[in-house]
Design a protein around this ligand. Structure first.
Ligand SMILES: Cc1ncc(COP(=O)(O)O)c(C=O)c1O
Length: 424
């Protein structure tokens, strides 16, 4: 094998160590209480790892719909959608258009969707500004445009005043200025300042936004249309992509367009859609069942229950003064710890108490900003949330007493990097 570059070597070492300790890349089994709990080596853990916030994955109706999809259509039909689409694909797109209120097209993943969407909507003489923390999948797709000679730059995370200055500068030279952002950032769970984005869209003719709403889907908005479209239901210059395999709980992704012409153009010219296989039939029929739930009142009952969990989490972790990096009202939180060593010790403690969280370190976050991602979902009960927070507080106290953790210092490091700045 080739010599790994320095950063990859470090990641390799950290991950190998965590794997040897049984903290990552573990062999899991489906627990009897599927999804609330995960079994590892015969022991059950309460999981706060799932991004299926409204808990559709193990719903009997969804499983039946998936089975019916396979019975009726088989595993897959390996013919590009450029040539044909079976009825159930078009039916699902119709339902998604009702949910979003905008023209929508399916792609088999969000990553693939970026590769189809971006090269069609971004022009040769356009400039691209990526938020520093926009998801890696967007950065990957943009890197191919950069290699092709497009102007690409980064702006510090959610610093809208800085973004505005760059829009003004770049407008002198480029036809359009694109801002690439997540609606809800997948690591810290903070939300993009959608009001400021709307103001910029309305103020600068050349400004356009491409929003990855993967973590905003389902748990918010009318019919669960997601964070981005809940805040800006429609804008001629806003382009949205969302995942159907996180909050939505099925498979594939949805490209949401400001108008029909853009949808048809991406369908015709989005190379990645042309050469890639269509989504599996079971994924489509399962997604169609979940779309029906989004179009019924059940979605609001689920949103309300999740909302209660989020509220309990925020209140109690504030009471316990936990080092939560951000208190945006989303189902995703981050407990800041600092070093990888502390993260490993903390993971072992939590596992000894039958809890599983997602340990996060390089390359997803800088090494000194390691911590736990905490994902709330309807798989958990209010008591699960309270018990977890008590355990976090208990171990933080142990670490503080022995002098290996200083909350103020750690929070300061995170906050300096994460601070949102609004338009002036
Ligand atoms: C914000 C965001 N965008 C895109 C992706 C990639 O999604 P997919 O697996 O559908 O390609 C992820 C996956 O974690 C994500 O969190």
């Amino acid at each position: 094998m080739k010599d790994l570059p320095k950063q990859m070597l470090y990641v390799n070492d950290v991950f190998s160590n965590a794997r040897d300790l049984g903290l990552i890349q573990v062999k899991a089994q489906q627990d009897e209480e599927s999804s609330r709990k995960i079994s590892i080596d015969g022991k059950s853990y309460i999981s706060f790892m799932s991004n299926n916030y409204l808990a559709f994955e193990n719903d009997e109706r969804v499983k039946e719909a998936a089975i019916e999809g396979i019975r009726k259509y088989g595993m897959q039909t390996s013919i590009s959608r450029m040539y044909m689409s079976f009825d159930h694909y078009l039916e699902l797109e119709d339902k998604l258009e009702k949910i979003f209120g905008l023209p929508t097209f399916l792609a088999s993943s969000t990553t693939l969707g970026h590769f189809a969407y971006l090269p069609v909507i971004i022009g040769r003489n356009d400039a691209i500004i990526m938020d520093q923390f926009v998801h890696e999948s967007v950065q990957l797709a943009v890197s191919t445009l950069k290699a092709d000679g497009y102007h690409v730059e980064m702006v510090k995370h959610s610093q809208m005043d800085m973004l505005e200055r760059r829009i003004k500068m770049l407008s002198e030279k480029y036809d359009n200025i694109w801002y690439m952002a997540d609606s809800v950032y997948s690591m810290h769970g903070d939300a993009a300042p959608m009001k400021d984005i709307e103001t910029l869209l309305n103020t600068y003719d050349k400004f356009k936004a491409y929003i990855d709403d993967a973590h905003g889907m389902s748990w918010i908005g009318e019919h669960g249309k997601g964070y981005a479209l809940h805040h800006i239901p429609r804008h001629e210059k806003m382009y949205v992509i969302t995942s159907l395999n996180k909050g939505f709980g099925a498979f594939s992704s949805a490209l949401v367009f400001p108008n029909k012409l853009t949808k048809q153009t991406v369908y015709n010219c989005g190379g990645a859609l042309r050469f890639s296989a269509p989504t599996l039939h079971a994924g489509i029929t399962a997604a169609s069942c979940i779309a029906d739930i989004h179009l019924s009142d059940e979605i609001y009952e689920r949103q309300m229950r999740l909302n209660e969990l989020i509220t309990v989490f925020k209140q109690k972790s504030k009471e316990l003064d936990l080092p939560i990096i951000n208190y945006a009202h989303t189902p995703q939180f981050f407990l800041g710890l600092g070093s990888v060593e502390l993260l490993i010790r903390f993971s072992q403690f939590l596992m000894s108490k039958d809890f599983l969280l997602s340990p996060s370190t390089v390359p997803a976050v800088p090494v000194k900003h390691s911590g736990f991602r905490i994902s709330l979902s309807l798989y958990q009960t209010v008591n699960d949330v309270k018990n977890l927070l008590d355990l976090l507080a208990e171990y933080i106290e142990v670490l503080e007493k022995e002098g290996s953790f200083n909350k103020e210092q750690v929070l300061k490091g995170f906050k300096m990097r994460d601070k949102q700045r609004h338009l002036v």
